[in-house]
Design a protein. Structure first.
Length: 274
């Protein structure tokens, strides 16, 4: 793993960092292949939106993160996991101090593989108080994930107020009565989700981005999750119900479309000398 803290090589942050102490910060996870980074602009735009929701001023960090990413992908090779973190900086106590925010950008080899289909449970209650921001406060997501693991599953689908929202680290798609349902309310606006929905519409699929009641989730013919590092992954089971997994027609079509379309969203990033 290689990392930059406020643009300088380092692998540690001060113990008073509020990201460490309170989860008081936001982050992005990006995928790179060599120097080619997927959807960097979309990730930086979402970082800015997440920061705004927490009242953190991203300021110089957006340009800084772009430069850091270029530097790290130049030093990395192969398929790379990039993490861009912005914390509110140092401080003790809940009241935010007037400290400068801090940026951490790290790169590590991406873990290969993962199951081609996932089993999931439903978990009630949204673990994030700010679900539309990608915040560092992830303990609730971890608890849902632990429940899934204890039940012999891989993921948890978050259900809240009778509506299926998203997974602990992925967005949710479900095929109900032939329509690809893609809830977004009180969920993270996933970059992979956006790319996949564009491809789905282009291929003629009917897409509905409205709410997905739990009753519809439970009668879906296919359920699929999307995320940067996992891509498009169909579910092979949800609670006690077996699902199509990689045999589902919509899942297969989306997997193929995403595999074919991904290259269009990868762009080379180079260090500038200015
Ligand atoms: C809660 C949550 N929803 C959705 C996603 C998917 O977002 P993206 O496709 O941008 O990785 C993630 C990614 O980690 C996530 O943590």
């Amino acid at each position: 793993m290689i990392a930059l803290v406020d643009g300088a090589p380092a692998t540690e942050v001060p113990v008073a960092d509020r990201g460490f102490g309170y989860g008081d910060g936001v982050f992005e996870v990006l995928l790179a292949e060599g120097r080619r980074v997927r959807a960097l602009d979309m990730h930086l735009a979402r970082l800015a939106r997440s920061a705004a929701l927490l009242g953190i001023e991203p300021g110089r960090h957006l340009a800084g993160a772009r430069a850091d990413v270029a530097r790290l992908v130049g030093a990395a090779s192969g398929r790379t996991y990039l993490r861009v973190v912005l914390t509110r900086g140092d401080g003790l106590g809940l009241d935010p101090p007037p400290a400068p925010s801090r940026r951490v950008v790290l790169a590590a080899p991406a873990v290969a593989g993962g199951p081609s289909a996932l089993r999931a449970i439903t978990a009630h209650g949204h673990p994030s108080p700010v679900p539309t921001a990608k915040t560092l406060s992830r303990a609730g997501h971890v608890v849902h994930r632990l429940r899934a693991r204890a039940a012999g599953a891989d993921e948890a689908i978050i259900v809240e107020d009778g509506l299926a929202r998203e997974a602990t680290a992925a967005n949710l798609l479900a095929v109900v009565d032939g329509v690809l349902r893609a809830p977004l309310d009180r969920a993270l606006a996933g970059i992979t989700r956006e790319i996949v929905l564009r491809l789905a519409r282009a291929s003629g699929m009917r897409v509905d981005e409205g709410d997905l009641p739990e009753v519809d989730l439970r009668r879906a013919s296919e359920v699929i999750v999307t995320s940067t590092m996992r891509g498009v992954v169909p579910l092979s089971g949800l609670d006690d119900r077996l699902l199509a997994g990689v045999e589902g027609a919509a899942g297969r079509a989306l997997l193929r479309a995403y595999a074919d379309g991904l290259a269009d969203h990868m762009a080379e990033v180079h260090e500038t000398t200015s």
